[in-house]
Design a binder for this molecule. Sequence first.
Ligand code: ASP
Length: 439
Amino acid sequence: MKKVVKFGGSSLASAEQFEKVGNIIKADPDRVYVVPSAPGKRNSKDTKVTDMLYACYALAEEGKDFSKALEDIKARYDEIINGLNLKLSLKDEFKTIEKNFKAKAGKDYAASRGEYLNGIIMANYLGYEFVDSATVVAFDKNGNFDAEKTNKLMSKKLEKTPKAVIPGFFGAYPDGLIKTFSRGGSDITGSIVSRAVRADVYENWTDVSGFLIADPRIIMMPEQIDTITYTELRELAYMGASVLHEDAIFPVRKEGIPINIRNTNMPEDPGTWIVESTAKKAKYTITGIAGKKGFCCVNILKDQMNSEVGFVRKVLQAFEDQNISIEHVPSGIDTMTVFVSQDEFIEKEQSVVSEIHRFAKPDLLEIESDLALIAVVGRGMKSTRGTAGRIFSALAHANVNVRMIDQGSSELNIIIGVETRDFEKAIKAIYDIFVSTQL
Ligand code: ASP
């Protein structure tokens, strides 16, 4: 067995956290490839090292004195090194960083040093080899991640390296200049390493024991999801449920490698398994509920709409011309509704409205704002009759008016539109009917 283990920032924020991580790695000899993030927050008021680096580099870029800001960053690492009693000094590394900051080596270079330095400490602590991600994670000259080149470089290197630490979050352009992924991108590095070494499992260690059925800010102590498929996860992530960077799914999915989300602070918890497909029946009909506020919709009515060829295209064209992405388009016989994100829409609404009038000539057009969308997701819904009925009767009992219903043909999700003020109430009602009442 070969396992790739990625540890998030909060798992590596202090020497104490590093020790927990060390114990987790030592507890299983299969945990041979380690991907660290930069040190995260030690408490809620703390600052992540990545953010300290961005701020420090901003000073350097403006030609201001950044020595104190860099000292503070060094102090974060020294605290870890001293706490672990390591015979390691990052003095020379910091000299190089200072020189490169003065030479304006770039924002990405600056941010990447967070994981780079943490990787050096981790490799020293574990006695594993340090592999600089700049040599094995490739971006093309336009800054797009080059998956195939990376896979070749990474597998070639790791074939000869039985135990290694590969820092997360960054790689390099063909000319060697550092480039990072978007924030939270160490998850992607973990996935890339897993693909390259054909790992049996990609363990992603964080500060929660996996995915929860619903948002804990809305439902008190919601149940945890033990197994979720990639497709279900995609649906929930789209609606804002986030534990893992979305792009971390593709590399492992290609190879059929499962991801196991685990909690560094509670290593005995089995966490959540993210898999391609499973014969395991979900405990409840639904796997998860997620939702987002901040939508508005444009309702359009036109007599005989259904027989007018090209009507829908003309309406949608108005949104495309203003570069507004569309979330959902439920329709009736003579009506159609377009759901869009309110922030994106508001600035350009009058241009969209006039274009719809000009091209599609509707009988009536009205805009409604302050709507929320809720996704009820679950592979178990397909084989279960009455799921939609249960959702809507629960919402009716909770006095929630449903503004829109959209069930994908995969029967994997039902999306419901409600007024923003009913958002929390609706999620509670759905959670209760499928989970609380089934316990
Ligand atoms: N350190 C980076 C961030 O804060 C990347 C990561 O942690 O995954 O976004």
